[in-house]
Design a protein around this ligand. Structure first.
Ligand code: C2E
Ligand code: CA
Ligand code: CA
Length: 711
């Protein structure tokens, strides 16, 4: 600083010179004034007694001083008290702030501090002691506004923090997509250190870069400067992870970054896994883990067009477990569930990897065999399924026996679309059920005819009783050793005026399904009692008459009354009436069955378990039922000579029945060899074509009457 300033009397240096045309000696001072006024810094000079001597306008602006407070000789404290009281140096007591300012300026030492002043502005405050003639002469203080630099630095710092701490991977690339820098999250995700990636193209990190995808990316970047998609990203280890990738082009004004790109990667493994879990849950059966109905439809929707294109055939198998409901109801759902799980396992192990096994619910399963050469291939698989399910299932100490009824339809032969093909497999399955269960049936067009025929039967059956179309025939039963008759089984016949004889195997299931069996069964019961009573009245030695009772009848509360009514009406002694009840109909609801059977027993009526061996019996219950006979089913007798299993079941039944104090009757005995095997193993009674076919009432009476006379 020169003397002329220090000694200036005109203290407002930044005010215009009072006389521009004044003499030359004033010019240096005027220059100085102009320099100070044009400086972006605020400048002030205090003398050694801290009195203001020189300043410029920026200084007044920066400290926000009122004009009257700024004059030559104004004291340091008075100047600084003004912003201090305003709180410009920060919160707190004004005096303290002034003292602090003094400490800085009054030390006669150079200093340099950053100070926030006024409204978010930051200044570099620099103080420099002045000496005139080697004597201490005060202090110049210069305020330089560094707010912009500070803000930029802060922004950069923040950006750097985000860059280093964000969980998203950030990769900066140049216009050629070569990697310029990566953040730590990228390293964490990929396992690559930054030096390993710098200079390489970012595309080397993409695990899958189909040309179409690359094309879309290039177009999108060119058009909107951005792109996003889900792409698998490669790790250094060679594995990859799913990532949400977003690219933004930097359209900055800065020359050096223009055209660069920011890649942001988010690891979406967890989301993908959650999605996958949700998808799995939605498309799978929780009990068996097999695909469910939804995934069956999805699979079919994929497979059908594919096989149309390749002209492949697909087999659809509809599988329903025989007697599952009985197992479930008698032994409980837990055991039923266990059985289903085991069946699911066996089904899956029978088929190939490429085949598809689904559970539709309950005991219904569907298997898809894609690309079969001939329907015979499906038949082979169906036989394997039957064989694998024939092995008993162990569940909670129970040995469970189940068998499948399988319906098979072939695409495209049996239908043009998934729904039709499934429906037809289902129809075929019902066909398998009526063909005696534990078998498979192909869908054939005539099976649809079977369905309409069923409706036809139902319609006609409704009038069968009133139009007198029903009749009973009787099949005699005999002692197994010797030829003495023990009774007859009443079997229903339907003579339709136009259709002729309709077999019970065709109309009884329809009657059961529709409930018509209740009325028909009541008619059978009364008719059987009446006819037997008439025979006895006509001189026949009293014989037992066995009447078949269906599950539907047994479930009715008034069944006992119906029986009592038939007996009373006919006058037949109760001990001459035997009711044949299938094992499945009592096992449907064993608790109720016990009660009904007990009251029937109290009436004096005898009871036989019909079709024994084809249903599912619980021995525990069998002991509780007041039954008199077990009737071995015809299917076991038929092959008793050849099939060791059937033989074992027949002989086992005899032994079991005897141990429970029951008599055994075998039906369907057609050959002397069958009779011989049965009688030597203790079978008590027999019935079958070997002795007599079912006979109409007159013929049966004549047959039996002749026998009793021969005795
Ligand atoms: P089911 O109770 O097992 O009756 C025995 C069936 O075997 C009868 O057939 C009988 O004719 C037949 N059969 C008897 N001995 C032999 C033999 O040596 N060889 C062969 N191959 N078959 C023999 P049907 O009369 O056709 O009756 C079939 C089924 O219809 C019966 O089977 C029974 O379940 C049902 N059913 C018949 N009548 C009635 C009825 O009045 N009420 C009810 N609910 N069902 C009936
Ligand atoms: Ca029977
Ligand atoms: Ca039978």
């Amino acid at each position: 600083m020169s003397d002329c300033i220090k000694n200036a009397k005109n203290t407002e240096l930044n005010s215009p010179p009072s006389a521009p045309a004044a003499n030359e000696s004033r010019r240096p001072k005027a220059y100085l004034q102009a320099v100070l006024a044009s400086m972006p810094q605020g400048i002030c000079v205090f003398d050694e007694l801290l009195r203001l001597r020189v300043w410029n306008r920026r200084f007044i602006e920066i400290l926000g001083l009122p004009i009257h407070a700024v004059f030559d000789g104004a004291h340091f404290d008075d100047i600084y008290r003004i912003p201090a009281l305003r709180g410009d140096f920060g919160a707190g007591n004004g005096d303290e702030h002034v003292a602090r300012q003094r400490e800085l300026a009054g030390n006669n030492q150079p200093f340099s501090v950053e100070q926030k002043l006024g409204y978010h502005r930051t200044y570099l405050v620099h103080g420099e002691p002045l000496a005139i003639d080697a004597r201490q002469a005060g202090m110049v203080i210069i305020y330089t506004d560094i707010s912009e630099q500070r803000a930029t630095a802060e922004r950069e710092q923040l950006a750097q923090m985000v860059f280093s701490h964000t969980p998203a991977g950030i990769i900066l690339t140049d216009e050629g997509q070569r990697i310029l820098s990566i953040n730590p999250a990228t390293t964490q995700m990929t396992g690559y250190e930054s030096f390993e990636l710098l200079g390489h193209t970012v595309f080397s990190l993409l695990d899958e870069s189909s040309p179409e995808r690359m094309q879309r990316m290039t177009e999108s970047l060119a058009e909107n400067g951005s792109w996003h998609d889900e792409v698998p990203i490669l790790r250094k280890t060679g594995t990859s992870f799913p990532a949400g990738v977003r690219i933004n082009r930097i359209d900055d004004t800065h020359e050096e970054t223009r055209g660069h790109h920011v890649w942001i990667l988010a690891d979406i493994t967890e989301r993908k896994e959650a999605e996958e879990r949700m998808r799995h849950i939605a498309q799978h059966d929780t009990l068996t883990g097999l695909p469910n109905r939804l995934s069956l439809h999805i699979r079919l929707a994929q497979l059908l067009p594919e096989s149309r294109r390749h002209q492949w055939r697909i087999a659809i198998m509809f599988i329903d477990l025989d007697r599952f409901k009985i197992i479930n109801d008698t032994l409980g759902h837990q055991i039923g569930d266990e059985l289903l799980r085991e069946v699911a396992c066996r089904l899956s192990s029978v088929v190939r990897e490429t085949d598809f096994v689904a559970r539709l619910g309950g005991d219904e399963f569907v298997i898809i065999l894609p690309g079969i050469a001939t329907p015979g291939d499906a038949a082979v698989v169906a036989s394997k399924i039957i064989a694998s399910l024939s092995m008993p299932v162990e569940a909670d100490g129970h040995e469970l026996h189940t068998s499948p009824s399988i319906g098979i339809s072939i695409f495209p032969d049996d239908g043009p679309d998934g729904d039709t093909i499934l429906k037809n497999a289902d129809t075929a399955m019902y066909h398998a059920k009526s063909a005696g269960r534990n078998n498979y049936q192909f869908f054939a067009a005539n099976m649809n005819h079977a369905a309409t025929e069923r409706l036809d039967i139902e319609r006609k059956l409704r009038h069968a009783i009133t139009r007198n179309e029903l009749a009973l025939c009787f099949q005699p039963q005999f002692r197994a050793n010797g030829s003495q008759p023990t009774g007859v089984e009443a079997l229903l016949r339907w003579h339709h005026p136009t259709d002729g004889m309709i077999s019970p195997d065709r109309f009884i299931p329809v009657a059961e399904e529709t409930g018509l069996i209740v009325n028909i069964g009541e008619w059978v019961l009364r008719q059987a009692c009446i006819e037997m009573k008439q025979w006895i009245d006509a001189g026949l030695k009293p014989l037992r008459v066995a009447v078949n009772v269906s599950a539907r009848q047994l479930r009715r509360r008034d069944f006992c009354e119906t029986v009592a009514g038939a007996l009373a009406e006919s006058g037949l002694p109760p001990e001459l009436l035997e009711l044949e009840i299938t094992e499945s109909s009592v096992m449907e609801n064993p608790q109720d069955a016990i009660q009904i059977l007990e009251s029937l027993g109290r009436m004096g009526v005898t009871l036989a378990i019909d079709d024994f061996g084809t249903g599912y019996s619980s021995l525990a219950y069998l002991k509780l039922f007041p039954i008199d006979h077990l009737k071995i089913d015809r299917s076991f007798v038929r092959d008793i000579e050849l099939d060791l299993n059937d033989r074992a079941i027949a002989f086992g039944t005899i032994a079991l029945a005897h141990s429970l104090g029951l008599r055994v009757i075998a039906e369907g005995v057609e050959t002397p060899e069958q009779l011989d095997l049965l009688s030597t193993h203790g079978c008590d009674e027999v019935q079958g074509y070997l002795f007599s076919k079912p006979l109409n009432s007159a013929a049966a009476f004549a047959f039996l009457h002749a026998l009793s006379r021969a005795e």
